[in-house]
Design a binder for this molecule. Structure first.
Ligand code: ATP
Length: 459
């Protein structure tokens, strides 16, 4: 059971300084969210964990950081300009606008998706299943129209056709257009992957569920290039790799599932696609899309740019376009799943509620809190230790309120360890270290704290 509703989580995260409504003092901007002091640490920790496992410490992969604004021809080549669209439908009675595929998905609790269906088939499904307008209950819709999700803007001072540019709707294409550069400069051999983390933008018709679906969001994408014929093995490899990663990040295993796309749902260029889904309070939602994309993207760019993007296989001397497996995930979606998994409330014998954010150590914004027992006696030593520990891992210092309250505060923001500085510290050089989850306390020498916590932070 999730212990918190979406509304309660939003309020909790605001209160604690994780996530605020964007432009709040001006009444906000629909669907825009800002990460506060704790949120930015948490989100950075997710990105660093991904970078470590998928790029830096991964024997196959290397990284890239490409520009958000790209030559318009990129989106012509990939088909984004003509067909990166959602099927939009309006209720004729109350004029509420919906994504036709989402109406079907919500109605069928995710059992039926819109993937692979034509506009006519979508409408037919809606009418024959009597999927009424969730707002007013009517069953009268407009025809489905295609709505392009890319944000358009202009580069430079003249606003004409030639200056049109688009904010990228995915980071992946920055990787494909750099394939040749990376291959040449890194001298990598197949199989290898290129990973990237960055902002993407989609003018979503129905954003919502807090940071689950936003118009500006951050993606972590890997394009893994391999020899044609080996792609399904790699697909299966990355499918489990991504699931293991989520579990290591503390996402509740019981709420995770794979959803393999059926033949009808698969994109025409894909020979295998799986979504890793998480059970949110509103139902299962996609966290991670893992797709075997054949040579669709490289071929499209090779044809359109007229640049040869082939790989020369040193073993066989053959030239071919590599096949690609793409695991693609939104940072915000992992964050939301990790928060729903971590939030916990306990009631003690005195009927007091303890809120504990049981985040994995690797994700916790602060790894350690340093708390002087009595401010006037212990603050100086505690500050000295804070400076020392903060050099090694993210540490926070708190001297206000009684020690019990300070422990509760750290529990609620997910700090896994607290050390209390007291007379023993001044006389014997020891501190009491308290564990967030078990509330057990142990005594350690001040110098032992660093190796103790570093061991616990291993990921
Ligand atoms: P959906 O069906 O939810 O719209 P999608 O299948 O279009 O997602 P992809 O294009 O495969 O998504 O994008 C890869 C990943 O990027 C998704 O699995 C998700 O984690 C993230 N993502 C996509 N769109 C958004 C969004 N609007 N807001 C936040 N994250 C997103």
């Amino acid at each position: 059971m999730q212990k918190i509703s979406l509304e309660q989580l939003v309020a909790f995260l605001k209160e604690q300084g994780f996530i605020f409504q964007g432009s709040e003092i001006y009444g906000g901007l629909a669907n825009a969210w800002d990460y506060g002091p704790l949120g930015v640490e948490l989100i950075n920790n997710i990105k660093q964990a991904w970078w470590k496992k998928f790029v830096r410490n991964n024997k196959y992969n290397i990284g890239l950081d490409s520009a958000i604004l790209m030559n318009k021809e990129v989106w012509v080549a990939t088909g984004h300009l003509s067909s990166f669209t959602d099927p939009l439908v309006d209720c004729k009675k109350c004029h509420t606008r919906y994504r036709a595929d989402k109406l079907i998905e919500d109605f069928s609790n995710g059992a039926v998706t819109g993937d692979g269906k034509t506009n006519e088939e979508l409408l037919e499904y809606i009418y024959s299943n009597k999927i009424t307008c969730p707002n007013c209950g009517a069953l009268e819709y407009t025809d489905i129209r295609k709505f392009n999700l890319m944000f358009k803007t202009h580069q430079g001072v003249v606003e004409d056709n030639k200056s049109e540019v688009y904010l990228r709707p995915e980071t992946a294409q920055g990787i494909f257009v750099n394939f040749k550069n990376v291959l040449r400069s890194s001298r990598k051999k197949l199989p290898f992957g290129i990973g990237q983390i960055g902002k993407s933008f989609r003018n979503e018709i129905t954003p919502g569920n807090f940071i689950f679906r936003t118009r500006e969001f951050e993606q972590m994408e890997l394009e893994f290039f391999c020899k044609p014929g080996t792609e399904l093995e790699w697909f299966s490899y990355w499918r489990s790799f991504c699931m293991d990663f989520l579990i290591k990040l503390g996402v509740d295993k019981a709420k995770l599932r794979y959803r393999d796309h059926s033949k009808e749902e698969l994109s025409f260029y894909s020979n295998g696609t799986t979504d890793i889904e998480f059970e949110f309070p509103w139902g299962f939602g996609e966290l991670w899309g893992i797709a075997s994309r054949t040579d669709y993207d490289l071929k499209a760019h090779q044809t359109h740019s007229k640049e040869n993007l082939e790989y020369l296989d040193p073993e066989t001397n053959e030239k071919y376009l590599p096949y690609v497996v793409e695991p693609s995930v939104g940072v915000g979606r992992i964050l939301l799943a990790a928060l729903f998994s971590a939030y916990d409330e306990e009631v003690n014998e005195k009927n007091e509620t303890r809120v504990v954010l049981r985040l994995a150590n690797v994700l916790a914004p602060y790894k350690l809190a340093v708390l002087p027992l009595i401010k006037k006696n212990h603050a100086e030593k505690a500050n000295e230790l804070f400076e020392l520990y903060n050099e090694h891992f993210s540490t926070v210092y708190d001297e206000s309120a009684n020690i019990g309250k300070r422990y509760r505060r750290q529990d609620a923001i997910g700090t896994p360890y607290c050390v209390t500085v007291d007379d023993e510290t001044l006389n014997n050089g020891t501190v009491t270290l308290r564990d967030r989850d078990t509330m057990e306390q142990i005594v350690l020498k001040t110098t032992e704290v660093i190796p103790y916590i570093e061991e616990k932070l291993k990921f």
